[in-house]
Design a binder for this molecule. Structure first.
Ligand code: ADP
Length: 202
C-alpha cells in the first residue's frame, strides 16, 4: 500500500450525513491493516451514535476506535503529554484515522500537521458543512492543507439527486438558523438533501 506522497500527508474525506464518509474511512484503514501497517483510529467521545469504541457506518460496518475528548487527547495518546514532536523511543503509527473531525477544535490542525511532519498518513473524515450549509469549524483549514480531498455525496431524500447538505429537522420542520446545536428533549432528525431541497428557517 504505497503512498503516492513522499512521507506523511493528509487525506480528507468530506460530505453531508449519509454520504459514506465513515464507510470510506473504514475502507482505507482496513486496507492499511491488511498491508500490516500500524493504525490508530480516533473519534470524539461525544459521538455515541453506536458503540463508543467503534467508528460505525450507517450501513453497519465498524472499526475499533479510541474515543477522545479533544485533539489534546489524540496528542497525548500518540506523542505523549506536552511534546511537540515524537521522542526517539516512541513510534508513531503508519496511519492515523480520525472520524467526525468537524467536532474537534482549532487544535486539530496543528496536531495533524505535526503528525504528517512525523511521517504519518493522516486520514480525516467529517462534515464540510453544518446544518446551515456553512463551513464547519476547523474543516475549511484542514481541507485547504490536505494533499488529497474526497467530496462524497449522499442521495437527496426529496428528489433523489446527489445530496451535498445535511437537513436538520426539529419536530419535522427545518431547523432555524439560530437553533442551538444541541437541543435537549427535542424531536430531531437529519436528512441528506441537495442544494435545492435544503432549507434553514431564518
Ligand atoms: P456518513 O459517515 O457520511 O454519515 P455512513 O458511512 O455512516 O455515512 O453511511 C452511508 C450509508 O448510509 C450508505 O451506504 C447507505 O447505506 C446509507 N444511507 C441512508 N440514507 C442515505 C441517503 N439519503 N443517501 C445515501 N446513503 C444513505
Amino acid at each position: 500500500l504505497k503512498s503516492p506522497y513522499h512521507g506523511g500527508h493528509l487525506e480528507v474525506i468530506v460530505g453531508p450525513m449519509f454520504s459514506g464518509k465513515s464507510e470510506e474511512l473504514i475502507r482505507r484503514v482496513t486496507r492499511a491493516v491488511i498491508a500490516r501497517q500500524r493504525v490508530a483510529v480516533f473519534k470524539p467521545a461525544l459521538d455515541s451514535r453506536y458503540h463508543t469504541a467503534h467508528v460505525a457506518s450507517h450501513a453497519g460496518r465498524s472499526l475499533d476506535a479510541i474515543p477522545v475528548a479533544d485533539a489534546a487527547g489524540i496528542r497525548a495518546h500518540l506523542l505523549g503529554e506536552g511534546e511537540l514532536l515524537p521522542d526517539p523511543g516512541r513510534t508513531l503509527p503508519d496511519v492515523v484515522g480520525i472520524d467526525e473531525a468537524q467536532f474537534f477544535g482549532p487544535e486539530l490542525g496543528p496536531l495533524v500537521l505535526d503528525l504528517a511532519a512525523g511521517g504519518v498518513r493522516v486520514i480525516l473524515a467529517g462534515l464540510d458543512l453544518d446544518f446551515r450549509a456553512e463551513p464547519f469549524g476547523c474543516m475549511p483549514d484542514l481541507l485547504a492543507r490536505a494533499e488529497s480531498v474526497e467530496k462524497l455525496t449522499a442521495i437527496c431524500t426529496v428528489c433523489g439527486a446527489p445530496a451535498t447538505r445535511s437537513q436538520r429537522l426539529i419536530a419535522g420542520e427545518p431547523a432555524r438558523y439560530d437553533d442551538p446545536v444541541v437541543l435537549v428533549g427535542a424531536q430531531e432528525a437529519y436528512e441528506a438533501r441537495c442544494r435545492v431541497h435544503h432549507a434553514v428557517y431564518p
